[in-house]
Design a protein. Structure first.
Length: 325
């Protein structure tokens, strides 16, 4: 009789456990997150695979998209969140319904040249052709800022050509471009072959080594309609940042095992270690003001744009800070 009672008790416990899990699963709120497949999106992938989103009551659906498709997804309400960077500032000025809400990390962008190139510094780019993945993209924006410091007009004095990342080296070998301004991992891939030199790196050079390059972006009406859910998304994502900082090799393995990005474990781990993974809200707000000012000075933003008013539209304080930052 005792055995029967024990068996029934165990069965009831299992049934109750299953029901609790079922109820919990039913209570998860679905959030669609767009991603591009860059190594620096590691925090998102860790937050997903480590269960940080589920712990926050979120059923995250990750959707791979290119930049234009992602913009459309955000504009039409099909995507709720994404990792963005300072190149999102112009589309938001143009009316894209997105707000940047937190800083994720620095780094990501490099300018490299063939080892035998006469280019030794940014000022040597005058009269040269630079390969970038997209005209008006992040690498081009940062290089435009640096060119201005050297007294060079990035529109008149430098030519720009767009190529997919994997084709950059071939374009340089053919003489179609003189330098490569690119997101990781492609700059580091070229450097590892020992046939290229680094001229600029946002992970190492001032002031960018102390500025966020990547931010967490949320659809504006998602924030207004679901403020509590938006808060949970931000906190789970930023927890992923802390995990990458503590264990970049594990982060690289998760990225590669799940085919989010390409490369090898040694390369991706090296890249992740080179970035400053420091989640924050307060510094993100200040860094966005820097990018607004610089992009307006470059003529990327309209001369009529009021910097203060635009900042108030660009940045949204979903959480006041993350662990005081």
């Amino acid at each position: 009789m005792k055995r029967v009672f024990t068996a029934i008790s165990v069965s009831l416990f299992i049934l109750l456990f299953a029901l609790v899990n079922l109820v919990s699963a039913d209570n998860l709120r679905k959030v669609r997150i767009g991603y591009n497949g860059a190594a620096c999106e590691a925090a998102l992938f860790l937050a997903y695979h480590k269960g940080y989103f589920k712990d926050a009551g979120i059923e995250a659906e990750l959707v791979k998209m290119d930049f234009e498709t992602l913009k459309e997804g955000l504009a039409t309400g099909k995507i709720d969140a994404t990792q963005g960077n300072f190149k999102w500032i112009k589309p938001i000025e143009q009316g894209l319904n997105v707000r940047l809400v937190a800083g994720l990390h620095n780094g990501c962008i490099q300018l490299v040249v063939p080892k035998n190139s006469p280019i030794k510094s940014i000022k040597d780019l005058k009269g040269k052709t630079v390969g970038v993945e997209a005209i008006g993209g992040g690498p081009m924006i940062l290089l435009a800022i640096e060119l201005k410091k050297a007294g060079i007009d990035f529109k008149k004095d430098v030519s720009w050509k767009a190529y997919p990342g994997p084709q950059m080296e071939q374009a340089a070998e053919k003489g179609e471009i003189d330098a490569i301004g690119i997101w990781d991992p492609w700059g580091e891939v070229a450097l590892q072959k020992n046939t290229y030199r680094r001229i600029f790196s946002s992970a190492h050079d001032t002031p960018y080594k102390d500025l966020y390059c990547c931010f967490l972006g949320l659809r504006a009406d998602f924030i207004t309609k679901e403020p509590e859910l938006a808060k949970r998304v931000v906190e789970a994502w930023l927890k992923g940042i802390e995990t990458v900082a503590k264990n970049p090799e594990e982060a690289a393995k998760i990225e590669l095992d799940n085919k989010y990005t390409g490369g090898d474990i040694k390369l991706i781990t090296k890249l992740l270690k080179s970035y400053k993974w420091e989640p924050g809200v307060k510094r993100a707000a200040q860094d966005l003001k820097f990018y607004i000012k610089e992009q307006k000075a470059q003529g990327i933003l309209l001369p009529t744009t009021n910097e203060t008013e635009f900042y108030n539209r660009l940045f949204a304080q979903v959480i006041p800070s993350y662990k005081g930052k």
